[in-house]
Every structure is written in structure tokens, then in C-alpha cells.
Design a protein around this ligand. Structure first.
Ligand code: GDP
Length: 434
């Protein structure tokens, strides 16, 4: 199994960072294939005065491992300012990134200042019905890409080409911005701005498809790290409360330019409960003391916004749907420790929608909104599990929950996370099946 995709199996924030970090150790290449700087990895780096926290939004976390090649593939939308900012921050912390360790697809689309302005202006105009976008211009950039009027990184290297691209898109975007009462942008300013970024980014740009092909030929291990989660997929999630890219395993092929036959493992990351940020249906949501306990114990507050996340019990119908679209070869169950102390733990095993029992979620917003969870109650545990290294170290009821999740979803559990640190992990199947 030379290529492995890591996918958020729920609504994002599943704790992918830690699992990606574990898998990265065993990989030769780490690839981001979708999304933009709306993802975030908190990494602890040893600095001159002890461990320091660094948050990377765009650069794969493999950058902190000296010998790995990191790839930002063409499915990602790149904000040059954010990217250069991350590179500078790493350099300031004594971790300069050599060009050969970070390769960026020339075909990745560029987030430009008006994309951010448009994102913010539109979200403000939506008022109550806002979709909770991060305002980083990611949606508008994907929109321009699909409309065939986007600007790719390679366009920033050629003045004539860039001006031509901008002449096509900017007047229309400016008209919309003016209509929304937002600032507009000057074409010549944008050309200058784009070329300046192009010059700085040129040494990192590459044909990433060719790099991946060579790596495969040499039998190297490729880790493809997904951002956000399955139920936020543009085509298969709870539309319209979704992100603007394909977050499912097939998205890894599309976004990285890898054939489906190249993918060996598909590991779904899922919390032992569920959370969701922003609006949209969420059948197992708890608006009671149990929800507050999950939020407090799991520190379920947005990393950048501090917004409380909505919390609820583990949702099997949603996981069965996630399995259908991703074809998981294994699950990594995270944050099991957060359930410690509950006298009983619930799992949603099915929904009732309009009087009918449903075993697999239909993520359509209006259907999911009407889904009433059917719960199975399992006995809880109160023992501290944060030091568990094997399944035998877990109390029987914690093991019982894992067994039940595997049984009801039909997906084997490969890994269990019992705390935020790397050592707080029970590895049942080694990364890449090694
Ligand atoms: P991502 O958005 O899916 O990449 O999620 P993150 O990697 O940002 O993880 C969310 C938070 O959960 C981070 O602060 C992690 O340190 C924390 N975390 C990850 N796994 C566990 C776990 O098993 N237990 C606890 N208590 N925290 C965890």
C-alpha cells in the first residue's frame, strides 16, 4: 500500500492533524489536494526557548520532518500572501524550507485580494442565512476556476498572460463588489501585485503530477491529507452547508492528479462523538448538559474564531454514508478520552425520517433536518484512559464502544487516540499497512 488518503469522516475538526503527523513519519511524500488556508494544523516545534506552537494553514505538516517532500497539488487554492507568510514564519523559527522540500503545482489557482473581499461582502449580505465561510476567498476562487476565468500560479510568471486573465475577470468582479458596497480593485495594481508574488513563488512551482509519478515508480509512500470533512464535500455533503471542494477520497485523485488505482488505503478520521461548526443540519446535536460537557472536555471551540462548536453523539448513519462515498479501509477514532466520566454513552444507530427507519444518512439538508436519531445506550467509564497504549489498557466499556462502532459501521478500527499528544495513541494497524 504505497498511497494512503486521510479523510475527515464527519464535519471536519476530527483531529486529522495528529493522525497525519503519525502517518507522515512513515511517508516519503505528503500531499495537500484540496481546500486552501481554511485548514489548520497546530504543530509543536522545538525552538531556542523550548517548544513553540506553529499553525500551518497551507503547507503540509511533513515540512517539519527533514527528509519528506511536501506537495501542494493543483486541487488546492493558494493565497500567496499566506503561503509566503508561513514560509517566513518557519524560517524565523530556524526551519527554513529548502525549495526541493516544498513543491507547488503550477496549476493551482490563486486566491486574489478581490476573492477575499467578495467572500466577506457576500457573507455580510447574507445576514441570518450566512453559511459560516471563513472569509478567506476560497469559495470565490473555486468559483472562478469552474467558470474558467481563474488565475493559476503559472499565470503569475507571465505579464501578458496575467493581464489577459485579469482583463477577463476583474471588471465583472468589480461590478459585483460595487453592488455589494465593497471596495473595488485596479487592474494595473493587480497585475503588479500578481507578478511580484509570481517572482517570489517561482522557485517552488513545479509539475507535481510528474513528481508523484516518479515517486510511485520508485515505490515511495505517498500520504494524501484531506482537509475539512466528508459531510462538507461540495458534491456529497449537506449542500448548501458545504465547503467548495471535494473532501472525499476520490477528491484526492482529482486534486493531486493521481489515478484511482494508485490509492491503497483510505483512513477515515472520526471523533468518538460528533461536532459541527456553523450552520447546517446535525441530527445528533445536543443542546443540553451532555453537549456542554462534550464541548468543555473536548475543547470544542473554533481554533481561529473561538466560536463554540456544536456537539452531539456519534452518528452511525452519517458514518455509513461516509463509508459509502470514501470506501474506508480503516477508521481512526479520536478523542475517546473526552467521553470519560459519562455514566452512559449514546450512539445513534439509525434515524427515523417521516416515520420511516433510515440506516444510511441522506445528507440533503432538508432530509437530514427531519432525521430523528434512534439511540443505543452503552455503559460509560470513569477511569482515566489518557495513558492507554493498547486495547487491553482500556476499560471494558470503552472497548465496548469501539467494538460497537466497528460492528455498526462495518469498518475496522485502525487507530484510537486517547489524548492530544502523539504518544497517546493506540495503533492497531500500522500506517501504510507496514
Ligand atoms: P483537524 O481540523 O481535523 O486537523 O483537527 P485538529 O488536528 O486541529 O485537532 C483538533 C484538536 O483536538 C487539537 O487541539 C488536538 O490537539 C486535539 N486532539 C486530537 N486528538 C485528540 C484526542 O484523542 N484527545 C484529545 N483530548 N484531544 C485531541
Amino acid at each position: 500500500m504505497n498511497s494512503c488518503v486521510i479523510i475527515g469522516a464527519q464535519w471536519g475538526d476530527e483531529g486529522k492533524g495528529k493522525v497525519v503527523d503519525l502517518f507522515t513519519e512513515a511517508a516519503d511524500l505528503v500531499v495537500r489536494f484540496q481546500g486552501g488556508n481554511n485548514a489548520g494544523h497546530t504543530l509543536v516545534v522545538d525552538g531556542p526557548e523550548g517548544p513553540e506552537k506553529t499553525v500551518l494553514h497551507l503547507i503540509p505538516s511533513g515540512i517539519l520532518h527533514a527528509e519528506k517532500t511536501n506537495i501542494i497539488a493543483s486541487g488546492v487554492v493558494v493565497d500567496p500572501e499566506v503561503l509566503l507568510g508561513e514560509l517566513e514564519e518557519l524560517a524565523e523559527r530556524g526551519r527554513p524550507v529548502p525549495h526541493e522540500r516544498l513543491r507547488i503545482s503550477r496549476d493551482a489557482h490563486v486566491i486574489l485580494p478581490w476573492h477575499r473581499a467578495l467572500d466577506l461582502a457576500r457573507e455580510a449580505a447574507r445576514g441570518e442565512s450566512r453559511i459560516g465561510t471563513t472569509g478567506r476567498g476560497i469559495g470565490p476562487t473555486y468559483e472562478d476556476r469552474v467558470a474558467r476565468r481563474g488565475v493559476r500560479l503559472r499565470d503569475l510568471l507571465d505579464e501578458e498572460r496575467l493581464r489577459e486573465r485579469l482583463e477577463q475577470v476583474l471588471p465583472e468582479r468589480n461590478a459585483l463588489l460595487a453592488h455589494l458596497g465593497a471596495e473595488t480593485f485596479d487592474l494595473e495594481d493587480m497585475v503588479r501585485h500578481g507578478l511580484a508574488f509570481g517572482e517570489r513563488l517561482a522557485p517552488w512551482l513545479d509539475d507535481c503530477g510528474a513528481i508523484l509519478e516518479n515517486a510511485r515508480r520508485r515505490g515511495q509512500r505517498i500520504l494524501l491529507e484531506g482537509a475539512q470533512g466528508t459531510l462538507l464535500d461540495i458534491g456529497h455533503g449537506t449542500y448548501p452547508f458545504v465547503t467548495s471542494s471535494h473532501t472525499i477520497s476520490g477528491g484526492a485523485c482529482v486534486g493531486a492528479g493521481l489515478p484511482p488505482s494508485a490509492i491503497g488505503g483510505v483512513v477515515g478520521i472520526a471523533k468518538a462523538y460528533c461536532t459541527r461548526v456553523g450552520s447546517g443540519p446535525f441530527p445528533t446535536e445536543l443542546e443540553d448538559a451532555d453537549g456542554d460537557t462534550l464541548r468543555a472536555n473536548g475543547h470544542e471551540f473554533g481554533a481561529t474564531t473561538g466560536r463554540p462548536r456544536r456537539c452531539g453523539w456519534f452518528d452511525v448513519p452519517a458514518m455509513r454514508f461516509a463509508h459509502r462515498v470514501n470506501g474506508f479501509t480503516g477508521l481512526a477514532i479520536t478523542k475517546l478520552d473526552v467521553l470519560t466520566g459519562f455514566s452512559r454513552v449514546r450512539i445513534c444507530t439509525a434515524y427515523v425520517v417521516d416515520g420511516e427507519r433510515v440506516d444510511v444518512a441522506d445528507p440533503d439538508g432538508t432530509v437530514l433536518e427531519r432525521a430523528v436519531p434512534v439511540y443505543e445506550d452503552l455503559p460509560g467509564w470513569s477511569e482515566d484512559i489518557t495513558g492507554a497504549q493498547t486495547l487491553d489498557d482500556l476499560p471494558p466499556h470503552a472497548r465496548g464502544l469501539l467494538d460497537r462502532i466497528a460492528e455498526l459501521t462495518g469498518i475496522p478500527v485502525d487507530l484510537v487516540s486517547v489524548g492530544p499528544n502523539r504518544a497517546q495513541t493506540i495503533v492497531l494497524t500500522r500506517p501504510f499497512g507496514a
